[in-house]
Design a protein around this ligand. Structure first.
Ligand code: PEP
Ligand code: MG
Length: 570
């Protein structure tokens, strides 16, 4: 058995096709006619843009809008003045051939991106590798490998899957994917998930271990893979595949259905996103809106504070994509485990109890918070945008944010710029303090969204990254459950929306409890929408309440978990 990272769920059974990149034969040469070389480069870039545009179009059909945008991103990257000029400068100043200039410039920028701390910026390094290879192939006149022609029941094996490779996938023929590099958030993972192709990534040396025609079984959830398996393993995987496909088909029934309990109690089922590129996926998976747009990703993807204008474009694009469905955008939630190196913040002894989220934003109003809030207000003219404030611990923070918003509204009025005058401002309920003053906050907030990921950590005083205290980090703890119940009750009492955007909102064991407590909005990852809708449909409100009554009598996490597991429905 081999083990990698399970990056796209499902069971794959098929025959190996190894994608080996062709050797690109060229060396660094000195050229004399710089203008001719630059013309050769410009022509190659034109061909690159033309081919990539066509690939992006076909990808829209096979993988969806969001994935097609990765390739559109390649077009933008190759047109980026910094990268383009660097290649031209190399030809001009070093008199080297276009192939070498492309290689050196792309490697340089890839190195810079790969040093970033966040995975998304690191991902750009892999994009640049893809761009480099394809551009050099065009310069050399080398044809690309035709992945579209692989036979049915293929398991593709590659060092990495580049977006340009996946663009020519015929998903029906590909049973699974194995790679040597990549993780859950790499492009290959995102694309495989959107095409629903099981994938196991990061198996060391897999391109050397297998050969064309080998039989392989893989589990895209556990990350397990067997090469030329024995009969019993093969039979086991076939049974697992049937069960998986059956469960998936059963979920398809819930597309287009309301999100409601068996007795017709309707709630809102929305999605969490990290950026505009994920917005189309929400609609594709039948989400009813966005319950959490983590705006810090815009800040983490950039190497400086993103301007008001670029933020406005991003927020507006999500608002427009969602066509009037609610979009809750959380203001910058930085600090704790989310660092922004370019802000040059001092290292703290207790970053989770430190200068982060709204605390930080209120101190950096001029260069950070006001531009973000202005961008949010301006975007509210293009859809149903709501603003959410993270890590609130006292009502003063909410008041301070609302005061800034009022000031900015007046500014926009004076400038004649449109915005939603009734824009809602809500609170992310994720600290023990916020929970204890939920009644106070509910009088001044327009909505609540419970962030159980942090609420669990702050309530139990347990860092989820620390294995020694991981046993405490569970939302099934009576303390966390009481906190959640209290927050929802306070929201219900004031008649404001009680939402949840932490992971607990998609936990099938938790859903009946949350319904019983009176949660109105569930915000889950796009891929969890249909499963959550299904779970809701399996319970009546009376059954949920009876279960909650029992659960809330219990005294330990283990008892709660055991009872919820015993009563789980599927
Ligand atoms: C949470 O804390 O539950 C949450 C949704 O926010 P994040 O995971 O981004 O901290
Ligand atoms: Mg949080």
């Amino acid at each position: 058995m081999y083990k990698g990272i399970g990056a796209s769920a499902g069971i794959g059974i098929g025959k190996i096709v190894v994608i080996k990149e062709q050797e690109l034969n060229y060396s660094k040469t000195t050229i004399t006619d710089k203008e001719a070389e630059k013309k050769r480069l410009a022509d190659a870039i034109d061909v690159f843009i033309e081919k990539t545009t066509a690939l992006a179009e076909s990808m829209k059909i096979t993988a969806g809008e969001a994935e097609s945008e990765i390739l559109q991103g390649h077009i933008m990257m190759i047109q980026d003045p910094a990268i383009k000029e660097q290649i031209e400068t190399k030809i001009d100043e070093e008199s080297i051939n276009a192939e070498s200039a492309v290689e050196e410039a792309c490697d340089f920028f890839a190195m810079i991106f790969s040093m970033a701390e966040d995975e998304l910026t690191q991902q750009r390094a892999s994009d640049l590798g893809d761009i480099k290879t394809r551009l050099i192939k065009i310069l050399l006149g080398v044809e690309e490998v035709d992945i579209g022609a692989v036979p049915a029941e293929t398991i593709l094996v590659a060092e990495d899957l580049t977006p340009s490779m996946t663009a020519s996938f015929v998903p029906e023929n590909i049973e699974g994917v194995l790679t040597e590099i990549g993780g859950k958030t790499s492009h290959s993972a995102i694309i495989c998930r959107s095409m629903e192709i099981p994938a196991v990534l990061s198996i060391p040396d897999i391109t050397k271990i297998v050969k064309d025609g080998d039989v392989v079984v893989l589990d895209g959830t556990t990350g397990e893979m067997y090469l030329n398996p024995e009969e019993d393993v093969l039979a086991e995987f076939k049974a697992k595949r049937d069960a998986y496909l059956e469960a998936k088909a059963a979920l398809a029934k819930f597309v287009g259905k309301p999100s409601q309990t068996a007795d017709g109690h309707v709630v809102e089922l929305v999605a969490n996103i990290g950026g505009p590129d994920e917005a189309p996926g929400v609609l594709e998976r039948d989400g009813e809106g966005v319950g959490l747009f983590r705006s810090e990703f815009l800040f983490m993807e950039s190497d400086s504070i993103p301007s008001e204008e670029s933020q406005f474009e991003a927020y507006k694009s999500v608002a427009e994509t969602l066509e009037g469905k609610p979009v809750i955008i959380r203001t910058l939630d930085i600090g704790g485990d989310k660092a922004l190196p370019y802000l040059g913040l001092p290292t703290e002894e207790n970053p989770f109890l430190g200068f982060r989220a709204v605390r930080f934003c209120l101190k950096r109003q001029d260069d950070i918070y006001k531009p973000q809030l202005r961008a949010l207000l301006r975007a509210s003219a293009y859809g149903k945008v709501r603003i959410m404030v993270p890590l609130v611990t006292c009502v003063d923070e909410l008041r301070a944010v609302k005061a800034i918003i009022e000031e900015l509204k007046a500014e926009l009025d004076a400038e004649g710029i449109a915005y939603d005058k009734n824009i809602e401002v809500g609170v992310m309920m994720e600290t023990a303090a916020a929970s204890l003053i939920a009644d106070i906050l509910a009088k001044e907030a327009d909505f609540f969204s419970i962030g159980t990921n942090d609420l669990t950590g702050y309530t139990m005083a347990a860092d989820r990254g620390n294995p020694d205290v991981a046993y405490l980090y569970s939302a099934y703890n009576p303390a966390v459950l009481r906190s959640i119940r209290n927050i929802i009750a306070a929201a219900n009492k004031e008649g404001i929306m009680a939402g949840m955007c932490g992971e607990a909102a998609s936990d099938p064991l938790m859903i009946p409890l949350l319904l019983a407590f009176g949660l109105n909005e569930f915000s889950v990852s796009a891929t969890a929408i249909l499963q959550a809708r299904k779970t809701m449909s399996l319970w009546t409100m009376d059954e949920c309440k009876a279960l909650a009554d029992e659960v809330m009598q219990l005294t330990t996490e283990a008892e709660v978990k055991a009872l919820l597991e015993e009563r789980a429905r599927s």
